[in-house]
Design a protein around this ligand. Structure first.
Ligand code: MOS
Length: 739
């Protein structure tokens, strides 16, 4: 009988009951004997410049106020950005450091009081005057001309293959188009939140954060404290999507408050704070040039990316990733340029590079298919690569063509009218769209420790996080299957910097990395159990490979021994083993990606230009599926997000102030249930042994790559109108529709 908790089973989330009964403690919910003091962030109202005068007298005298922290009285810190050789996750994030304003919304004071209402009221009493910098720049377009040091994920900013200019000039069919995507927010449900507690020696920080190890270093570096004296806890997280990879502003402020007062201080970002005081995705301008033969073979692919970079914070998004990796071509020109701006930090947001790169690139590919007079699906299938086009490396596995074929059949693609704008139902124009889906598959060094106790229970520890993805659940399954235990015998302990150092969550690498380390620890435990049983003469010298581990028992030859028996006999209260994983040659020498194909049907109202998505379908190939239920949830989320990028999401900038205007979830448009169609998800399950010992591949960020382009391409097919400025709002369609 299959263990219902085995890998590949749709096990319900093991932390589900804790979450739905309110017993999972998120960062802001940690309970102390005395309630913590509450900090309220006061934001700058200019994009760049300095504080001229700051009067906190009235705020300090306001009821309930314990302290007002500003650059005049905040504890000592390392200057922002230093040391700059340590990377962005560990560099100093100094706040309230000097009179310098980095961006609109940058904290200028933290008011600490007994209640939120008192802190917020006192915050309004602070009087500030500024001396603005004239040259403050707020956004970036094609004028971006700085070459970033390295792109997120380690890619080079520039990639040239073959002779692009010649190949493009000689091509029979060419396309030269520019797409734009707006500033976007991660919009996690749980706002960024921290409680810091300092007892004069140890700083304990309850923080919603995806990567724990680097956060300890960042806090220690910023606050000039020995890293051994800093402990970070993040056991439950209400969504991160990259915006919680590293420490964020409220965490530094809470720590400054705790250091100053010697009491626990809680700072929860107000929803409006989050849009400026947590990272966002910068806007992009993407110029795409394609050259093909008349029969639709791509010969030249050009992609030039222009994006903002927050001054003093090195993060550049690899939007050219899709152009470099998806289709066969003789020549590639891919460049990334940035412009330093006085804007809130631009940083990782779900699938950096591929998410908005695919939105533009898969739209341009669609345009090229029409120019060549080909069906967009056939055009894609006619340009499948046999090696990674950008790096020239062989693929660890490649399943894109099969995803496209299988998806087309399931979606009913053959019934599509070839001519755009030719199918309608009443006043509704009907269109079908397709896009390829591709996302990096990464493995990150990770460690775990496990303990098998004499009562037959197993506990695993890692400083891993579960950002809502299901980490607790899939780790339970890996231990259950490998050790032959039921789920209720297994306890997964995550989210504490005292536990062994793990990958953390991000870049779709969490499950593969932390899961492989746990698999390794369990394999080591099996060896330990066998050795122990042998030492005590409980088993003979049958080959270890013949041993089975089932129902809490070790079975070898004619012997069946419970783990409890083995441990009791040896006199040990428990056995402990460590496990680890490191990316090896297979990640150096092979191109590693997950794949998919996505299809959309849209209806566009002829009179209003309103787009309603009727159907989304995706076929995905991401190696071995650890849990089809949690995997499906990840893919659903990405497809919702893709629709959202195509049609809704846009942080609107007031260029005069460098401020986002729509800083809440009413004005920052996200899809609601009424906007979402039926979503149909299929897996093509092929375990990939080159990926990691589990054979799984990254899945978290997969479906956001391509979902938006499938919708955009369907809008074009419905209307014959190609909108190159995302999101595709109805005004951009309506003005081009026939009367
Ligand atoms: Mo990832 S950028 O942490 O969704």
């Amino acid at each position: 009988m299959t263990n219902p908790a085995a890998i590949g089973q749709p096990l319900d989330r093991v932390d589900g009951p804790l979450k739905v009964t309110g017993r999972a403690t998120y960062a802001a919910e940690h309970a102390f004997d005395q309630p913590p003091l509450i900090g309220w962030m006061v934001e700058a109202t200019i994009p760049a410049g300095r504080i001229k005068r700051l009067d906190t007298g009235a705020a300090e005298a306001s009821p309930g106020v314990a302290a007002v922290l500003t650059h005049h009285n905040a504890p000592a810190q390392t200057p922002f950005g230093e040391p700059d050789d340590k990377g962005r996750f560990t560099q100093s994030r100094a706040m309230l450091f000097d009179e310098h304003i980095r961006y609109h919304g940058f904290p200028v004071a933290l008011v600490i009081a007994d209640t939120l209402a008192n802190a917020r009221h006192a915050g309004a009493l602070i009087e500030i005057s500024y001396e603005p910098d004239e040259e403050a720049v707020t956004t970036a377009g094609e004028e971006a001309d700085e070459v970033p040091g390295e792109l997120d994920g380690g890619m080079e900013p520039d990639l040239f293959k073959g002779d692009f200019e010649h190949a493009y000039d000689d091509a029979e069919v060419t396309l030269d188009v520019t797409y734009t995507t707006p500033n976007q927010a991660a919009a996690a449900m749980e706002p960024h939140a921290t409680i810091a507690d300092f007892d004069g020696d140890q700083l304990v920080v309850y923080m919603s954060v995806q990567l724990i190890g680097p956060s300890v270093k960042a806090l220690a570096n910023t606050l000039k404290i020995d890293p051994d004296k800093v402990r970070v806890l993040s056991p439950y997280i209400g969504g991160g999507f990259g915006s919680k990879l590293g420490v964020h502003n409220e965490a530094i402020l809470a720590c400054l408050g705790a250091l100053h007062l010697g009491r626990p201080v809680k700072v929860v970002q107000h929803r409006r704070h989050v849009f400026h005081n947590a990272p966002h995705r910068g806007n992009s301008v993407q110029r795409i040039q394609l050259g093909a033969s008349r029969d639709g073979k791509l010969q030249a692919i050009g992609h030039e990316s222009f994006m903002p970079m927050a001054r003093g914070y090195e993060f550049a998004e690899p939007t050219g990733a899709s152009a470099r990796t998806t289709y066969r071509t003789d020549a590639i020109k891919s460049t990334h340029r940035v412009k330093s701006t006085d804007m809130p930090l631009a940083d990782s947001c779900r699938a950096p590079g591929h998410a908005i790169g695919s939105l533009a690139f898969e739209s341009a590919i669609d345009e090229m298919a029409y120019q060549c007079g080909q069906d967009p699906l056939a055009f894609r299938l006619g340009n499948m690569p046999d090696r990674d086009p950008g790096t020239g490396q062989p693929f660890a596995s490649h399943d894109l063509a099969e995803c496209l074929r299988e998806g087309a059949e399931k979606f009913g693609w053959p019934s599509r009218e070839p001519q755009p704008g030719s199918r309608s139902q009443g006043r509704q124009l009907i269109g079908y769209g397709v896009a390829s889906t591709i996302r990096l598959n990464i493995l990150v060094p990770s460690k775990t420790r496990i303990r098998l106790s004499a009562d037959g229970t197993l506990t695993a520890w890692a400083d891993m996080t579960d950002i809502g993805t299901g980490t607790y659940t899939i780790l339970t399954q890996i231990a259950a299957e490998t050790m032959g235990l039921s789920a209720d015998r297994i306890k997964i302990e995550l989210g504490d910097s005292r536990y062994p150092s793990s990958s953390g969550s991000g870049g779709s690498f969490g499950a593969a990395s932390s899961g492989s380390a746990l698999l390794n620890a369990c394999e080591n435990m099996r060896t330990r159990l066998l050795e122990s049983a042998r030492e005590q003469g409980l088993i003979g010298d049958e080959p270890a490979d013949d041993a089975r581990f089932e129902n809490g028992q070790l079975i070898l030859g004619d012997k069946t021994l419970s783990f409890t028996e083995v441990l009791n006999k040896s006199g040990a209260a428990y056995l402990e083993t460590d496990g680890e994983v490191e990316p090896g040659d297979d990640h150096d020498n092979y191109s590693q990606h997950s794949y998919g194909a996505q299809f959309a049907e849209v209806h566009v109202d002829r009179d209003t230009g309103e787009v309603r998505v009727q159907r989304l379908l995706g076929v995905f190939s991401a190696g071995r599926i650890l849990n089809p239920k949690t995997a499906r949830s990840q893919l659903l989320g990405g497809m919702v997000w893709g629709l959202s990028y195509a049609l809704l999401e846009e942080l609107m900038l007031d260029e005069r102030y460098g401020a986002f205007m729509n800083r809440d979830l009413a004005e920052y448009h996200l899809p609601v249930n009424r906007d979402m169609p039926t979503i149909d998800i299929h897996f093509r399950e092929h375990p990939d042994p080159r990926s990691n010992p589990l054979g799984s591949k990254g899945i978290g960020e997969l479906s956001i790559c391509g979902a938006g382009a499938a919708v955009a391409n369907a809008v074009y097919h419905a209307t014959g109108v190609r909108v190159r400025d995302f999101p595709i709002t109805l005004d951009k369609i309506l003005r081009h529709l026939p009367e």
